[in-house]
Design a protein. Structure first.
Length: 559
């Protein structure tokens, strides 16, 4: 494929770009294989990655013609043309280039950073590194390379953390009993309660209540001294029964008698997409009054979905921290709602996950290495026609849940919400390869780690990471328990209404708080310096018998 075949008109003079909260930009337009660029003689420039565009609408007329671009970050951009033919050609080019499906033709394979990369993000969060941390807590688990050739489970990484008492031959048998081969693997180990959090896909029990003794043995191996555990199914009981009629289903009470099954229904796929579409419609409806806005926001169902995920995550965290019981989480495939729940539960339990690098590690092991199909789920977002069954804003819903917790515990997170927004943008459109493709097997096939730059390499640069820090951060080593009540959940304006005027005021407030914190540090440093100077002066005065010794002690106490 050649990009040139999609570009009918590579350059157009005198176009006008109209963007929310920005001054209009008039200049020359250039269409490249990956970008739309508009610049003028004053060196003002507008640059847009084609992959960020979801919908292209054009309006042709004898006078001014224009293109409306609806982007995956929810920005709506208008471009005016003097020629209807040029407008039509550019619109056609953007539509074709924004829908290129071949992975190897995406921008991350062509992007080259301007500066040297100091840290290789691809090597920062390996499974072996995580296992080394767990070994300090327990010897209950081992590192298995049973999936080294990706033949046991294509959506799992090569290295996996599993119970020490289960050998690789048993893992192969268990993989055949679990849908898509996604057998139970360790997500998190709680040192204080010795409880484990595992994730997997649904078992293939069918209507005949099939069993797998190796699977039963694996789950029994992680039970704590309390001899009880919880099986959390992120589907309704009815959906599980429907799956059983198709040869799948849920673990039987007979063969998993030490486990208590809990159904926590979490919506997925089309339902989530439809809900987000309704939410964005409300945001973009200028005629919507305040009362109707709140009503329509609630009727979109997005907040309800968020509450369901948070409720399930809190329940999992409670089982591990308070009941001291191990937990296994799965839905159908174990790649969507399962990852939402296990990730959020760790965020509540583990203070390290609330740091910048800890959160990166969480995203890496649970979502990227965990096999969430970013390439399929993030192909579209909320505009345009009905999506195919693979597209859904699963990761965005997770980030929104994180933001809700961040809102309730603003001092317990090392990162600001800018970091969450950055992750959202890069999941849908990016020059980095971190969120490319669907699983580790695909990334190996395209050699993504050697041919693209990791997002973590960019984020962890000193001049970048500083801007993502939370100025209010104070380490909190306790488990945090957010409220999931509807009145406690807020609208994430920095994502869904990022291009509305309210965003400007919020950014100014954050900058104001950061300046206050910086000034406070400077004043404290100045006070310490002055106290040292005062102590030195008093010491010199005492040595010269200018003041009595007891006066020095009293002045120090008053200071």
């Amino acid at each position: 494929m050649e990009f040139a075949e999609f570009i009918k008109t590579p350059q157009v003079q005198s176009v006008v770009v109209k963007r929310p909260l920005r001054q209009d930009l008039e200049g020359a337009l250039c269409v490249t294989g990956h970008h739309l660029i508009v610049s003028n003689r004053d060196k003002e420039e507008f640059l847009l990655i084609h992959k960020n565009v979801e919908v292209v609408e054009k309006q042709l007329s004898s006078g001014l013609s224009h293109i409306k671009l609806k982007c995956k970050n929810f920005e709506v951009i208008h471009i005016e043309f003097k020629s209807s033919e040029e407008c039509s050609n550019v619109a056609s080019s953007i539509e074709n280039l924004s829908n290129v499906e071949s992975t190897e033709f995406l921008y991350p394979f062509f992007y080259r950073p301007n500066s040297d990369i100091k840290e290789n993000g691809w090597e920062a969060f390996k499974v072996e590194t995580e296992f080394a941390r767990i070994k300090y807590k327990t010897d209950q688990f081992r590192l298995s390379y049973v999936n080294k050739e990706f033949d046991v489970c294509p959506s799992y990484p090569q290295a996996l953390i599993v119970p020490k008492t289960i050998d690789d031959d048993e893992l192969r048998i268990i993989a055949k009993f679990r849908h898509l081969g996604r057998f139970p693997v360790l997500s998190y180990y709680h040192k204080e309660t010795q409880a484990s959090l595992m994730r997997c896909s649904q078992p293939l029990v069918g209507t005949n209540n099939n069993r797998c003794k190796e699977d039963e043995k694996l789950l029994k191996a992680i039970l704590t001294s309390s001899h009880k555990g919880f099986l959390i199914d992120t589907r309704s009981a009815q959906n599980s029964k429907v799956e059983a009629s198709r040869g799948k289903g849920v673990e039987s009470d007979i063969h998993y008698s030490q486990w208590r099954k809990i159904h926590q229904n979490i919506e997925r796929h089309f339902v989530l997409h439809e809900s987000l579409s309704k939410l964005i419609e409300v945001v973009n409806d200028k005629s919507c009054t305040s009362d109707k806005w709140i009503s329509r926001l609630e009727s979109s169902g997005w907040m309800t979905h968020m509450s369901s995920v948070l409720t399930c995550a809190c329940f999992v965290a409670q089982c591990i921290d308070r009941d001291k019981a191990s937990v296994v989480v799965h839905g159908s495939d174990g790649t969507d709602s399962t990852l939402q729940v296990t990730s959020l539960a760790q965020l509540l339990l583990d203070p390290d996950c609330r740091t910048v690098r800890g959160f990166q590690a969480l995203i890496e092991r649970e979502w990227i290495q965990g096999g969430h199909p970013f390439g399929q789920r993030c192909a579209k977002i909320a505009f345009g026609s009905t999506p195919n069954r693979q597209e859904a804003p699963v990761f965005l819903l997770f980030l929104d849940c994180v933001w809700q917790i961040w809102q309730q515990y603003p001092c317990s997170f090392e990162f600001s919400d800018k970091f969450l927004v950055l992750l959202f943008h890069n999941a849908y459109s990016s020059q980095y390869g971190t969120f490319l493709s669907n699983c580790e097997f695909d990334r190996r096939k395209y050699d993504i780690k050697n041919r693209t730059v990791s997002l973590w390499s960019y984020v962890n640069q000193p001049n970048v990471i500083g801007d993502l820090m939370n100025p209010l951060y104070e380490p909190n080593h306790s488990v945090i328990w957010p409220s999931v009540a509807p009145q406690s959940l807020n609208f994430w304006s920095n994502v869904y209404a990022a291009f509305k005027p309210s965003r400007i005021q919020q950014d100014k407030l954050v900058d104001y708080i950061r300046n206050i914190k910086d000034e406070d540090k400077q004043l404290k440093s100045r006070v310490i310096k002055l106290r040292r100077q005062l102590a030195n002066l008093e010491r010199e005065a005492i040595e010269k018998n200018l003041i009595p010794h007891h006066h020095s002690k009293s002045s120090q106490r008053s200071a």
